[in-house]
Ligand binder design. Structure first.
Ligand SMILES: [Zn+2]
Length: 476
């Protein structure tokens, strides 16, 4: 009588949480496993769900399986622990290392937000409280248990799981769950986020190995659909990137790149090194202004089992990015300030990736008004963020309470995504050894999920549904 219940990332791209219960529909019996435990982000109607209790008590959940270290998959873990969850959180060693910097940082931001609301009295809650604190996030790390990709682990007599590569970010995996229900063995596949099939032209600068594991078998699949209605541009972005950087430098301008501190920044640093060493751009100073990005580089260096061959070769040849001549990793505020004093053309990579906060604000406030500069977007910009406004070339943008005129050149390269698009997803799904009895699409905006469903039904003949929030699905 086992069932799955979708507790998040149903009808939206955030808040991934899928409950497996080996008991009956009441939810009171059986072994209960949560696959992913992500934070809702974006519009308020979703974010408010971070404050609602799950339909089952946190202390009734026996284990968490975590696919990867993005906040929309792991960011609710400290809250689950705060609410009484005492079980193990299973993740790969790189995911655990990345959570070690991401979750405490998230707690710190939650505390800052609460402080801001209390100061400005902008919250209807008095006093405004953090969802969880830095310390609570740190404490939740004690419950993490490492599981290597490929190793099987029994969670109870009727349920076991194995991680297989998803190639989305460092440490990311899918969870293959085997469960016995009504005397029958069933295989459930939770994809988490799915990376891109290996191809230099479409997935340049990959730090981790590319391509999800092929040849899967599953009775039921719970699959992401972030890019269900969009196809990535297929042309190699590096010539265009080199041209844009060179043009900005030739007119005496700098290049400012807002980038997520983890994965995207490391990937871009490798791309710049490649362009410099192959003579495609001149040796401009590269500033990486994010303390989190530095910690993430150290984690990347520790897990060389995940590199592509090219990345391994580059590290063998040039050593750690933290030591590359001409590359400056700023960790202290003083080092960050020095970047602003630099007057010569340079490349500045800083976070947050969607310009919602962080040190990127200082760099943009200083450089947006000058038409010699280039602001280059290499990641998704959600509507409503400053990044979205700048990317869409609004006349000005509010930073630190002032309106800053946007006169710099604004460009965006869309090829650096870490999510497979529909042709890449179908290419992977065609490698399955069987046709799953049911597939549920999660982690997509309604239109994206609907279009991918249509395409999978037409081209593969699979039975596909779009998961609904709180819907329970029987594993038959
Ligand atoms: Zn992700």
């Amino acid at each position: 009588m086992a069932y799955i219940q979708f507790l998040g990332a149903a009808g939206t791209v955030t808040g991934s949480k899928h409950l497996i219960n080996t008991g009956d529909y009441s939810g009171n019996s059986g072994f209960q496993v949560l696959v992913d435990c992500g934070l809702f982000q974006g519009p308020k109607e979703w974010r408010e769900r971070n404050w609602q209790n799950l339909p089952i008590a946190a202390n009734r959940i026996d284990a968490v399986i975590l696919t990867h270290a993005h906040l929309d998959h792991c960011g609710w873990i400290p809250r689950l622990v705060k609410d009484g969850f005492r079980g193990a959180i299973y993740a790969t060693p790189p995911t655990i290392d990345l959570c070690g910097i991401i979750l405490p940082d998230s707690g710190h931001l939650q505390e800052e937000d609460a402080r801001f609301y209390n100061k400005t009295k902008k919250s209807k809650h008095d006093p405004a409280l953090p969802l969880y604190t830095f310390e609570e996030a740190q404490k939740s790390l004690e419950q993490f248990k490492p599981v290597l990709a490929g190793d099987s682990l029994d969670l109870s007599p009727e349920i076991s799981f194995r991680f297989v590569r998803a190639a989305h970010i460092l440490g990311s995996c899918m969870a293959e769950v085997s469960l016995t229900t009504d005397g029958q063995a069933r295989r459930l596949l939770f994809t988490g986020d799915i990376g891109r099939v290996r191809d230099h032209k479409v997935a340049p600068g990959k730090v981790v190995h590319s391509g999800p594991q092929e040849g899967e078998t599953a009775d039921l699949v719970v699959m992401e659909s972030t890019y269900g209605n969009r196809t990535h541009p297929k042309e190699d972005p590096l010539p265009e990137l080199a041209r844009l950087i060179t043009a900005a430098a030739n007119r005496g301008g700098s290049v400012v790149v807002p980038a997520f501190a983890i994965e995207r920044t490391q990937k871009f640093v490798f791309i710049l090194k490649y362009l410099i060493e192959s003579g495609q751009i001149s040796r401009l100073p590269v500033f990486c202004d994010s303390p989190m990005a530095i910690k993430a580089v150290e984690i990347f260096l520790k897990h060389d089992e995940e590199y592509t061959d090219e990345t391994r070769d580059m590290i063998r040849k040039y050593g750690s990015p933290l030591q590359w001549p001409g590359f400056v990793f700023a960790s202290t505020p003083e080092e960050s300030k020095k970047i602003n004093d630099a007057r010569m053309p340079s490349i500045i990579i800083s976070s947050s990736g969607m310009v919602t906060g962080g040190r990127i604000l200082h760099h943009l406030a200083q450089r947006l008004p000058d038409p010699r500069n280039l602001v280059l977007f290499i990641g998704f910009q959600a509507p409503g963020t400053r990044g979205f406004a700048i990317k869409n070339k609004s006349a000005e943008v509010k930073i630190f309470g002032d309106f800053v005129p946007i006169r710099a050149q604004i460009e965006a390269l869309e090829q650096f995504s870490d999510h497979a698009d529909p042709p890449e997803l179908l290419q992977w799904l065609r490698t399955f050894r069987n046709q799953p009895a049911a597939t549920y699409l999660v982690h997509g905006e309604p239109d994206a999920s609907a279009q991918l469903r249509e395409q999978m039904q037409t081209e593969l003949g699979w039975k596909v549904e779009v998961a609904r929030y709180l819907e329970k699905v029987r594993v038959a």
